[in-house]
Design a protein around this ligand. Structure first.
Ligand code: NAD
Ligand code: IPM
Ligand code: MN
Length: 365
């Protein structure tokens, strides 16, 4: 039997709710493929602040770093919103991403046939959408220096964040994107703001220069404002998108709504070596936390990405993906993806239904 160490970081709000469900699904799908998991659950974000006073305790980082893969719920909440910046829960995410060096964030957005009705877009626009957003995750305006709030020469407060990309940071994320596009439909759209931002001018130059190494991939460029519009006008034009940290954050939330809900979208954050970090793209949803209303499918699908991209266990990953489709085929829906005629369930029940589908070894549909 193969054994893996999995760090579980539930976090805040709906994080613990979706993680407990996803853990069971991961365990079951793995066991059917002869895999065993040693789970190590550690506090992160607001939960860690309450427990030990820092958003990412040393022990949590060490457990994550030494694991084979990390499954994270979500971080943040009203309670800590007024904390000083370095004591905000969200800092844990930045430290994890930076120190694990997981620069490549894969965010697939797929409209499942079962959920076409849940999309806010017209059926003919949403149907068949299948794209992968490759978001740069450890650079750009999230980390650039100088940063902070200072006093300018007029004695006025100024807030500073810096959008900055070094050539090697662009090259490595572009390579991941070209490789990703190559395995998909061979189309890569690089999204930037090269008409205004210097970091984007370099971005476009480097991405363009790499294209000759990937003659089988058709590269195009788009300004981010246009991309935001095109995603709603005709999302099917996109196959693979590569973009910087902040544009990728925003465009992936936008893309999630095409698929029906932000509660559906998983992600994988990968580096050159070491464990990958797997998490839903949504946050801690404090408005529905503790009410058993959260959609756990984004986290369950993140567990599938953990198996596929983190451990190379594609068969176990497929079991989870098939089980999600099966539960949807049976009509189970959480509130965020509900439409009349279906069965409204909570987070736990949705988890149980997916678990049943994993166990019944449903074939792919
Ligand atoms: P959010 O994603 O938490 O919630 C936005 C809206 O989507 C809310 O109405 C919420 O109820 C809904 N939603 C989100 N996930 C859902 C799910 N699984 N099922 C059903 N509905 C869901 O974004 P926000 O409200 O802007 O942020 C809340 C907190 O989460 C903030 O503290 C923010 O910093 C943090 N956050 C964390 C992460 C992360 O941990 N990766 C990501 C985004 C936001
Ligand atoms: C995400 C989140 C984070 C980000 C926040 C909570 C720091 O929105 O994972 O998408 O902006 O990266
Ligand atoms: Mn986000």
């Amino acid at each position: 039997k193969k054994r893996y160490n999995i760090a579980l970081l539930p976090g805040d709000g709906i994080g613990p709710e979706v993680i407990s469900v996803a853990k069971n699904v991961l365990q079951k799908a793995g066991s059917l493929e002869g895999l065993e998991f040693d789970f190590k659950e550690m506090p992160v974000g607001g939960a860690a602040l309450d427990l030990v006073g820092v958003p990412l305790p040393e022990e949590t980082f060490t457990a994550a770093k030494l694991s084979d893969a990390i499954l994270l719920g979500a971080i943040g909440g009203y309670k800590w919103d007024k904390n000083e910046k370095h004591l905000r829960p969200e800092m844990a995410l930045f430290y994890l991403r930076r120190d694990l060096k997981v620069f490549a964030n894969l965010r697939p957005a797929t409209v499942l046939p079962q959920l076409v009705d849940a999309s806010t877009l017209k059926k003919e626009v949403a149907e068949g959408v299948d794209m992968m957003i490759v978001r740069e995750l450890t650079g750009g305006i999230y980390f650039g220096e100088p940063r902070g709030i200072t006093i300018n020469e007029n004695g006025e407060e100024v807030g500073v964040s810096t959008e900055i990309y070094a050539a090697h940071e662009i090259d490595r994320i572009a390579r991941v994107a070209f490789e990703t596009a190559r395995k998909r439909r061979g189309k890569l759209c690089s999204v930037d703001k090269a008409n205004v931002l210097d970091a984007s001018i370099l971005w476009r130059k480097r991405v363009t220069a790499l294209a000759s190494e990937y003659p089988d991939v058709e590269l195009s460029h788009m300004y981010v404002d246009n991309a935001a519009m095109q995603l709603i006008r005709d999302p099917k034009q996109f196959d693979t998108i590569v973009t910087n940290n902040i544009f990728g954050d925003i465009l992936s939330d936008e893309a999630s709504m095409i698929t029906g809900s932000i509660g559906m979208l998983p992600s994988a954050s990968l580096g050159e070596s070491g464990p990958g970090l797997f998490e839903p793209i949504h946050g801690s949803a404090p408005d529905i936390a503790g009410q058993d209303k959260a959609n756990p499918l984004a986290t369950i699908l993140s567990a599938a990405m953990l198996l596929k991209y983190g451990l190379g266990e594609e068969k176990a990953a497929k079991r989870i993906e098939d089980a999600v489709v099966d539960a949807l085929n049976k009509g189970f829906r959480t509130g965020d993806i509900y439409s009349p005629g279906n069965k409204l369930v909570g987070c736990k029940e949705m988890g149980e239904e997916v678990l049943k589908s994993v166990e019944s070894k449903v074939p792919a549909t």
